[in-house]
Design a protein around this ligand. Structure first.
Ligand code: CDP
Length: 234
């Protein structure tokens, strides 16, 4: 068991970043969003002119680039700084181009091997809320608490739509809904580390409880699990 570690998984726009960031803040843990690593490799491929269909070259690139996630230094709504070879790419990895290609890149086994290893190193230190697709199943199967967030595709597309509108982007709801469906299909059907809840994950439907309600619920639950774990090992 990794002490003070929480794994949160779920499909695109299921509320992982709001729930994960909120929970980390309340517990004083480090919030680590593993999706940014897959996004950074995708951005690097696009910038190097490597077609994302070229598995060999994309895999080689994943092993070469330096991806760093640090506490935020700019007050523009970000939860962290993402650095790609030293450059701030926090917002660049959120582009529609990256959105469209990231699931393909994330399906490559060698890309996953490199990034999973880096994520485990961070997770082993404890005091962490890690979010992604395979955290409870593959990256941190020994996490103290595992959560799987669910929400309907329509609700998730609505959230992503509002998020982009609020950032001043021109977006089309139908196109976002299609992208959500497409990403879900690739993430759930890939051979390596497909999106699925761990057998011992707590499943939370965020359609029905608002996101802040989910944070309250999980904070209370984590405290119970943590205290129980501590007394059992005494
Ligand atoms: O925020 P959103 O849910 O849209 O996506 P994300 O968490 O930033 O992840 C982007 C993509 O990276 C996902 O669609 C997955 O294809 C991939 N990913 C993954 O395969 N494994 C993870 N642990 C995290 C992300």
């Amino acid at each position: 068991m990794i002490p003070e570690s929480i794994a949160i998984d779920g499909p695109a726009a299921s509320g992982k970043s709001t729930v994960g960031g909120g929970l980390a803040l309340r517990l004083g843990f480090f919030y680590f969003d593993t999706g940014v690593m897959y996004r950074a490799v995708t951005l690097a491929s696009l910038r190097h002119g490597i077609p994302v269909t070229d598995e060999k070259q994309v895999s080689r690139l994943a092993a070469q680039v330096a991806i760093d996630v640090q506490p935020p230094t700019v007050d523009d709504g970000r939860q962290y700084n993402v650095l790609l070879d030293g450059e701030d790419v926090t917002w660049a990895i959120r582009s529609a181009e990256v959105d469209a290609d990231v699931s393909r890149v994330a399906a490559y086994p060698e890309v996953r091997a490199v990034l999973t290893e880096a994520q485990r190193r961070i997770g082993q230190r404890g005091k962490v809320v890690m979010v992604g697709r395979d955290i409870g199943t593959i990256v941190l199967p020994d996490a103290e608490m595992k959560v799987f967030l669910r929400a309907s595709a329509e609700e998730r597309a609505r959230r992503r739509y509002l998020e982009l509108i609020n950032r001043g982007k021109q977006v089309d709801y139908k196109a976002i809904l299609e992208a959500v469906h497409r990403r879900d299909a690739i993430d759930s059907s890939r051979e390596v580390a497909p999106l699925r809840p761990a057998a011992d994950a707590i499943i939370v439907d965020t359609d029905r409880i608002g996101i802040q309600g989910v944070v309250d619920y999980l904070e209370a639950l984590y405290k119970q699990i943590h205290v129980r774990g501590a007394t059992e090992t005494v």
